[in-house]
Design a protein around this ligand. Structure first.
Ligand SMILES: Cc1cc2nc3c(=O)[nH]c(=O)nc-3n(C[C@H](O)[C@H](O)[C@H](O)COP(=O)(O)O)c2cc1C
Length: 314
């Protein structure tokens, strides 16, 4: 079973990927980059392309992701990515955010199947001509599970390189429980390779997918890796924690090199702690006080002192 790192906008950019790959080498087969927000008029933002420069993403396999419902925009952006050397790209059919959905993008594309079919026809025509493999990352539907069967039937009509299924509806956002029974339906009926995504939180969860659905090509892991970066390691706890701190120190160092001033660095690190902190509190409930200090910290010195107390207590 292959392991994919899920795209997480604002979190799993090139700095995160580099620090993770250096600290946990080889755990992940493929990283998916957070979506590029392109547009016909505005094109692709320089900062999005900067995240994907091959020289800044060496040492691992990376697949960029598009978030668009316009064939013209898709062609332009996919063309730019191809010229950068990317032959595999992914389309976002799952983003639940209201601003994205109301523009008919992300999970909003699941609302109108004839329109989605027209889009996919144009996109796959372009990919075929250009030698690009296009994978899809989808939710089960917008509001109810009954939406999924017709959606899968539609996907089956295209040369989908891989179908990554986030086993939730748009209205489940990220919090409501996953709906693995729908994955079972896909496993029976999909004609393309499948990837399972949603609430894989430990190695046993990976095993479960692999034993229940042995033909599954990969599992894609998102927040599980943020909460427990060592989740696929089988070493003893202390070795795992040591690796986690190596990762922590490295990502902090890279952000400090890259960003000007402490505030944006602290913003990034606090976001990581909103996931990692959950695990630290489970390991040692006394971390709670220091986690609060981290959340409120206004300087790196203050932040670092709080992380050191947690580090020394586990
Ligand atoms: C903060 C955050 C940002 C995300 N950004 C993206 C994104 O850019 N593209 C995407 O396809 N999914 C995005 N997702 C969804 C994840 O890739 C994944 O599908 C979802 O979190 C479920 O997997 P998990 O339970 O393993 O986290 C995001 C999720 C979170 C929590």
């Amino acid at each position: 079973m292959r392991i994919y790192f899920a795209p997480m906008e604002g979190i799993t950019g090139r700095i995160f990927r580099r620090a993770y790959e250096e600290s946990f080498p080889g755990r992940v087969d493929t990283y998916f980059a957070p979506f590029i927000a392109s547009g016909v008029k505005k094109g692709v933002a320089g900062k999005d392309l900067r995240e994907l420069l091959p020289e800044d993403n060496e040492g691992y396999t990376l697949i960029p992701q598009l978030l668009t419902n316009s064939v013209e925009d898709f062609e332009n952006t996919a063309g730019v990515l191809k010229s950068m050397g990317y032959k595999n790209i992914n389309l976002n059919l799952g983003c639940p955010s209201q601003t994205v959905v109301s523009k008919g993008r992300g999970a909003g594309m699941l609302a109108d199947l004839p329109r989605l079919e027209r889009f996919l026809t144009g996109a796959y025509d372009y990919c075929e001509k250009s030698g690009i493999s296009l994978s899809l990352k989808t939710r089960l539907g917008l509001v109810e599970e009954e939406e999924f069967a017709p959606l899968l039937k539609l996907y089956n009509r295209f040369p989908v390189h891989e179908l990554i299924i986030h086993t939730r509806l748009r209205n489940d956002y990220y919090k409501l429980p996953c709906r693995p029974e729908q994955y079972a339906f896909a496993y029976e009926n999909a004609e393309m390779p499948l990837v399972y995504n949603g609430d894989i939180l430990c190695a046993a969860d990976v095993e479960k997918v692999s034993s229940c659905y042995p033909g599954t090509k990969a599992v894609m892991i998102g927040r599980g890796f943020l909460k427990k970066p060592w989740m696929l390691d089988h070493d003893d706890d202390q070795a795992c924690y040591a690796r986690m701190w190596t990762f922590h120190d490295r990502i902090l160092e890279l952000y400090r090199e890259e960003m000007s001033g402490e505030t944006p660095v602290l913003f990034k690190m606090k976001e990581l702690w909103s996931y990692l902190g959950e695990t630290m509190e489970q390991i040692n409930p006394e971390s709670k006080k220091q986690l609060k200090v981290i959340r409120k910290s206004r300087s790196i010195a203050e932040y670092y002192a709080a992380t050191r107390i947690i580090r020394n207590s586990i």
